[in-house]
Design a protein around this ligand. Sequence first.
Ligand SMILES: Cc1ncc(COP(=O)(O)O)c(C=O)c1O
Length: 371
Amino acid sequence: MRYENVLATIGNTPLIHLSRISKDIPATVYGKVESYNPGQSAKDRTALFMVEQAEQEGLIKPGDTIVEATSGNTGYSLAMICSLKGYRCVLTVSSKASQEKLSLLKAMGAEVVVCPADAAPEDPRSYYSRAKQLSEDIPGAYYLAQNFNLNNSKAHYSSTGPEIWEQTEGKITHYVCCAGTGGTLSGTARYLKEKNPDIKIIAVDAYGSVLKKYWQTGEFDESEIYPYKVEGLGKTIIPGNVAFDLIDDFIKVTDRSSAHRARQLARQEGLLVGYSSGSAMQAVFRLKEQLKPTDVVVALFPDHGTRYLGKIYNDEWMRQQGFMQMEPQNQQHPAANQHMNEDSYTRYRKIYRAYRMKYKRYLRQTLKSMS
Ligand SMILES: Cc1ncc(COP(=O)(O)O)c(C=O)c1O
């Protein structure tokens, strides 16, 4: 294949059968592996579409500055697009973003402003407020605003949706996708539902994010917000790109189970995918009871694992989070603990039962020997 430039290689990512990791799941499970994009994430599609729409609407022209608040992936895609198209790229990034992601942004020529992850969105120090402020301060700057820019989800309506429909020959029954800005989820879901309204749209959220509660109740509940580790997944605001009406189920997953599922994907499927890909895979496991052999499940894997080598693929980091121990200690909010044991709780109960039986046997033997 020969291409005009790197941007022409965006999209048409492979759909890969996950036969090993899903062997106990009664359905055919595929991963839509977005790390095959040149910027190694689904954000290549969104960033390119948003920039080209802004160009067509006459909002920007080469030489201008593009500003964006990003967890890292949109930033990288944007930096790549800006270098090709001749824009200055200024990015505000949450301090939660991994060191690998920050280095990648700088390598691609972006100017990076790191903002505290714990600052509330309306706080002037937050990465949203800083991006808005910078776009006002820098002459000729344009704030892309991926959370509210509807071209974000349109990018997926026009590419990811049709690709999945064609790759499954229209047989897809469940689409499992992380919700952050909601673009990947909603654009793809809209296309798929138009093709077949029976397709179930399963959104994935983080403990510490407001999205699922908002979908359930229509209420923005601040008490849902607390720090968590998975990057890109969940939100502390309600983005305009989440099409709540298209979602059939919302599944919350823990930092711990997401990390282990991503590691399992690497070891069993040879797919080095990112942290939130582990979240999507974990959500597929949570669906297990509802699935049947004729079902075709597509889980979207947003980015590549190299961006997390110092985190989920680093045993020391995993130990520091308490993810390697039987009793996880990572979640700061007490509510999270009820759910975070979804994997470990079953294992813990098994070990506990085994110990109890052993102890009873020991007691019986001791009593017998005494009598
Ligand atoms: C790694 C990762 N996963 C998931 C998402 C969520 O995707 P979306 O913003 O399209 O909802 C993002 C978005 O930044 C991301 O970077």
